[in-house]
Ligand binder design. Structure first.
Ligand code: NAD
Length: 497
C-alpha cells in the first residue's frame, strides 16, 4: 500500500492534489511505500505568504511564551522519538539504533534553543557621551528556508529550525524527496506543542520548489545541506537574490593513523565510522591514511571486524542497512569497479553481499581497498557508500599534506598516543571539524557544525552561536533621554511599564 505524503502548510496537511509527485521506497525491501507531493511555484508562494503573516505575530510573541513552546516540543520529541526513528528507518534504511541516534543529536539543538533568552541578550554601554547610552539587540529575519539532504531526514533540519523558531522566525522546510515523512511527523509535534499555525511549514518537492525558495523575495535566508555541486548553486543563486546563505556540501573525511596509535581502538573507530549508516554520513571516514609501518597490522584488525558486520534490513536487527536507492547503490558499485580497474587492491569486496532481508533491497556489503593512490576516483571523489580506502604514507607530514590538498574539508581525525602530534594536527590541518582519537567529531549543539573548502559555502556554520547569528539581525540603538531636572516641564523619567 502506498501512502500519500502531502505538504504541511498552515498547521495542517495540504489538501489540494499535486500536479507532480515523487516515489518513496523502502530501501530494505525495494517496495514503493509512498508518493510525495511536489510543490509548484504557486504552492510555494502560498506557503510563504502564510509563513510571512504567521511569522510577524510569532516575532511579536514574548520570548517567555516562545520558549514555553520550545520546551513543550522538546518533551513531545523525546517521548515520540522511537516513532520518528521507525519512520526514518522505513524510508532511509539506516538501522533503528542509528536512526534513534540521529534524533537524539537533533534533540540536543532543541535543548540548546531552550536557552535562547540568554543567547539573544545584547550589550549595553552607559554614558558613551554625556547622557547618551548605546545598546544592541538581535531581531528575527522573517521567513527562513531550509533545504535538507536524504541522509539525516530528522537531524539535519534540526540543526536549523529549533534556533530559527526560538529566535522568532517562520520556517519553510523542503526535505529530501527521498525520505520526506519524518518532517511531517515533526510538524505534528510542533502543532501539539502549541506553535501557532503557519510558523513551521513543510513544503515537499524537487528543483522547482528549491528554485522558488532561492528567488522568493520574502524568504530572507537559506540553510542548505547536500552535495557540493548543488551547494555551490544554492549559494550563488541565493546570494544573487539578496539572501543570507549557508550551504553545507559534500565530504571526503580522512583518518590519519600514526604508528603509535592504539590499533584496536583505531580499527573499531575505522569500521564504525566507515560503515555506520552504510557510509552515507557526511562525517563518515572514507580514507585511512596509514603512516608506515602501521598499515598491514591495522588492515588485519579491520578485516576481522568487517567479517562480523551483518548487512540487512535495518528494522530487523542488522548492523548495516541498504543504500538509499538502487541508482545510488549502482553508482557506489561503479566506484568499486573503477578502483579495481585503476589498480587498487580490493581486500574485502561487498558487491556480492547476501543481505538479511526479504524483497530486493539496495544492499552493498562493507568494502575495503588497500594501496589506493591519490589520482584514483575512489580517492578524489565522494563515494557516499560503505567503501573504505587505505592510502599508505611514509610520514605525518606526507599524510597531513594529502589531507590539506584535498578539495573537501568537512571532518578529519588523527589516531595517536602522542599528545604533541595531536596538538600539531589540530593546528595544522585545513578541515572544519577535527577528532583526536574520535572518529566522527560532530560538535555538540552549543558549538557550530561546518566544514572548510568545498564542504561549506558561506561563512556561517550550523547551530551554536553561529546559528543564533545566522537567524537574527543585529541592530544598535543610540539613545538620549532628557534629564528631567534639565527642562522646565518635568514629565518624569520614563520607566518600562
Ligand atoms: P543532494 O544535493 O542531491 O540533495 C540535497 C537537497 O537538494 C535535496 O533536498 C534535493 O531535493 C535538492 N536538490 C537536488 N538536486 C537539486 C537541483 N538540481 N536543484 C535544486 N535542488 C536540488 O544531496 P543528497 O544526495 O540528498 O545528500 C547527500 C549529500 O549531502 C552528500 O554529498 C553529503 O556529503 C551531503 N551532506 C553534507 C552534510 C554536511 O554537513 N556538510 C551533511 C549531510 C549530507
Amino acid at each position: 500500500m502506498t501512502t500519500r505524503i502531502p505538504h504541511w502548510i498552515n498547521g495542517a496537511p495540504y489538501q489540494a492534489a499535486a500536479e507532480r509527485t515523487g516515489d518513496v521506497f523502502n530501501p530494505a525491501t525495494g517496495d514503493l511505500s509512498g508518493k510525495v507531493d511536489f510543490a509548484s511555484t504557486k504552492v510555494m508562494d502560498e506557503a510563504v505568504a502564510i509563513a510571512k503573516t504567521a511569522g510577524k505575530a510569532w516575532a511579536a510573541t514574548s520570548l517567555t511564551k516562545r520558549i514555553e513552546v520550545i520546551f513543550k516540543f522538546r518533551e513531545i520529541l523525546n517521548n515520540r522519538k522511537s516513532e520518528l526513528a521507525a519512520i526514518i528507518t522505513a524510508e532511509h534504511g539506516k538501522v533503528l539504533s542509528d536512526a534513534l541516534g540521529e534524533v537524539t543529536r537533533g534533540q540536543e539543538v532543541v535543548e540548546f534553543a531552550c536557552g535562547i533568552p540568554h543567547l539573544l541578550k545584547g550589550g549595553f554601554s552607559e554614558s558613551v557621551s554625556t547622557g547618551v547610552d548605546v545598546y544592541s539587540i538581535r531581531q528575527p529575519l522573517g521567513v527562513v528556508g531550509i533545504i535538507s539532504p536524504f541522509n539525516f531526514p530528522a537531524m539535519v533540519p534540526m540543526w536549523f529550525f529549533p534556533i530559527a523558531i526560538a529566535a522568532g522566525n517562520a520556517v519553510i522546510i523542503k526535505p529530501s524527496e527521498k525520505d520526506p515523512s519524518a518532517q511531517n511527523l515533526i510538524a505534528q509535534m510542533w502543532k501539539e506543542a502549541g506553535l501557532p499555525d503557519g510558523v513551521f511549514n513543510v513544503v515537499h518537492g524537487d528543483k522547482e520548489a528549491v528554485d522558488r525558495i532561492l528567488t522568493h523575495p520574502d524568504i530572507k535566508s537559506v540553510s542548505f545541506v547536500g552535495s557540493t555541486p548543488i551547494a555551490k548553486y544554492i549559494y550563488q543563486t541565493g546570494t544573487t537574490n539578496g539572501k543570507r546563505v549557508q550551504a553545507l556540501g559534500g565530504a571526503k573525511n580522512h583518518m590519519l593513523v600514526l604508528p603509535d596509535a592504539d590499533l584496536d581502538l583505531t580499527a573499531d573507530a575505522a569500521v564504525n565510522a566507515g560503515f555506520g549508516s552504510a557510509g552515507e554520513r557526511c562525517m563518515a571516514i572514507s580514507v585511512i591514511v596509514a603512516v608506515e609501518p602501521v598499515a598491514d597490522e591495522l588492515i588485519k584488525r579491520i578485516v576481522t571486524r568487517m567479517q562480523s558486520i551483518k548487512t540487512g534490513d535495518g528494522s530487523k536487527g542488522s548492523d548495516m542497512g541498504p543504500l538509499i536507492t538502487s541508482q545510488h547503490r549502482d553508482k557506489v558499485k561503479s566506484y568499486i569497479d573503477a578502483g579495481v580497474a585503476a589498480g587498487a587492491k580490493l581486500v574485502v569486496d561487498g558487491r556480492d553481499v547476501v543481505a538479511d532481508s526479504t524483497g530486493s533491497g539496495y544492499f552493498l556489503g562493507p568494502t575495503l581497498f588497500d594501496d589506493v593512490k591519490t589520482d584514483m576516483t575512489i580517492y578524489t571523489e565522494e563515494i557516499f557508500g560503505p567503501v573504505l580506502s587505505v592510502v599508505r604514507v611514509k610520514s605525518y607530514d606526507e599524510g597531513l599534506k594529502l589531507i590539506n590538498d584535498h578539495p573537501y574539508g568537512n571532518g578529519t581525525a588523527i589516531f595517536t598516543n602522542d599528545g604533541g602530534a595531536g596538538r600539531r594536527f589540530q593546528n595544522e590541518v585545513e578541515v572544519g571539524m577535527v577528532g583526536i582519537n574520535v572518529p566522527i567529531p560532530v560538535p555538540m549543539a552549543y558549538y557550530s557544525f561546518g566544514g572548510w573548502k568545498n564542504s561549506l559555502f558561506g561563512d556561517t556554520h550550523a547551530h551554536g552561536m553561529e546559528g543564533i547569528h545566522f537567524f537574527t539581525r543585529g541592530k544598535v540603538v543610540t539613545s538620549r533621554w532628557l534629564d528631567p531636572s534639565h527642562g522646565g516641564i518635568n514629565l518624569g523619567f520614563p520607566t518600562h511599564g
